[in-house]
Design a protein. Structure first.
Length: 106
C-alpha cells in the first residue's frame, strides 16, 4: 500500500523567517521540508519530534535540519486532510532560537 502524500502549506510568517536566514541555506531547508514532511510527518526520528513543552506554536512538531542541525522547522500535521502546515522556520544559535529577527522562547 503506498504511503499518503501530504500537501505542504506555509504560514505567511515563514517567508519573513527565511529572509533572516542566509540564502545559501534555503535550499537545504526546503529539501528537508519536502523530503521529511511530505510522507509520514508524525513519525518520530532523531531529527523530528513533537514539542515536549507547551509553546506559542501550540501542539506542534519540530524538524531539525541544515548544517549542524542548526535550523528548526515547526509544523503541525493534519492526517485526515493529508496536510502539513509549516508554522515557522528558525535558526538555533547556541541556546537561543531566532524566528526572523526576533528571539523566540520555546
Amino acid at each position: 500500500m503506498p504511503r499518503p502524500h501530504f500537501r505542504l502549506v506555509y504560514d505567511r510568517n515563514v517567508l519573513d523567517h527565511l529572509r533572516a536566514i542566509e540564502r545559501k541555506h534555503h535550499r537545504a531547508i526546503r529539501d528537508a521540508i519536502e523530503t521529511k514532511l511530505s510522507h509520514e510527518p508524525m513519525t518520530e526520528s532523531r531529527n523530528r519530534k513533537p514539542l515536549s513543552r507547551p509553546s506559542a506554536l501550540g501542539d506542534a512538531w519540530e524538524l531539525r535540519c541544515g548544517p549542524d542541525n542548526r535550523f528548526r522547522v515547526f509544523y503541525r500535521a493534519d492526517t485526515s486532510a493529508c496536510e502539513v502546515r509549516i508554522l515557522a522556520v528558525g535558526e538555533k544559535r547556541g541556546s537561543r532560537l531566532y524566528l526572523g529577527s526576533k528571539e523566540f522562547e520555546l
